[in-house]
Structures are given as structure tokens and as C-alpha cells.
Design a protein around this ligand. Structure first.
Ligand code: ZN
Length: 133
């Protein structure tokens, strides 16, 4: 069962921090995962899109949301910071602690890179869980 939809429509301009993922939130969350990338924290919900009695029948996926402040976990907003009087840069701003994190210059091309890291973590978690048997 292959489900390859055209999901590369995520534009770097949609800088709304919390609608980052092009996917729907999973209805049934199996586990959560976190990773750091671009200097900020991302969270992922690993689950399935239906409320299943039949989890085995559907492929779980990762829903990425964020970013969050690595310092206090507060949700970051996108804004601009002034650097050296004449220059303004796009940045992630934490309203809780006033820290700013520079927004990647090339933009957030897509979520697959973060997803990939999360998948590696999930794999590791699973391997560890099996090792404790
Ligand atoms: Zn903060």
C-alpha cells in the first residue's frame, strides 16, 4: 500500500510557526519525539490518522510541530530582529525569555529533514526497548 501524495507544497514563506507541518495531526498518538534542528526544538507526534482498533493496518507517520524555545520550551514566533542598526533579520523569538534564534537563511525547505531525524530517534528508542527484554 503506497501513499505518495504531492506534499512538497510547503512554501518557505508560510512562516506560521505552528502550522509548519503539511499534515494533519494524528488522531491516535503512539509516541512523541523531540529533536533539535536550526538551533531550536521541534516536537513530533508519531501516530495514525484514524482512531483505530486496527493500528496495524495503517502506517503511522510523524507530525512535526514547533519550533519551541530550547531554553524553556515556550512556543516561538517568527519576527524580525534588528542587527547593527541597518540590518534586520528574520528570527524566532521567545516571548517568555526574550531569546532570539536565527531563522535559517535558506528557509525551512520542508519538514522531511526534521522528520528524518525523528525517525532515526524512534528507531533508536525501539532498539533500546528491545535491548531491555
Ligand atoms: Zn524561551
Amino acid at each position: 500500500m503506497q501513499s505518495s501524495t504531492a506534499q512538497d507544497a510547503v512554501s518557505a514563506e508560510s512562516a506560521e510557526p505552528h502550522s509548519f507541518s503539511s499534515k494533519e495531526q494524528p488522531k491516535k498518538v503512539l509516541t512523541t519525539v523531540e529533536t533539535e534542528r536550526y538551533g531550536v526544538r521541534w516536537k513530533g507526534k508519531y501516530g495514525t490518522w484514524i482512531e483505530p482498533d486496527i493500528v496495524d493496518a495503517v502506517d503511522p507517520y510523524i507530525y512535526v510541530h514547533g519550533p519551541y524555545c530550547p531554553h524553556d520550551g515556550h512556543g516561538l514566533r517568527v519576527g524580525t530582529v534588528t542587527k547593527q542598526v541597518v540590518r534586520t533579520d528574520t528570527a524566532w523569538i521567545c516571548d517568555a525569555c526574550d531569546r532570539t534564534y536565527s531563522y535559517p537563511e535558506e528557509g525551512l525547505s520542508d519538514e522531511s529533514r526534521i522528520e528524518y531525524e525523528m525517525k532515526q530517534q524512534l528507531k533508536k528508542q525501539r532498539a533500546q526497548a528491545q535491548a531491555t527484554d
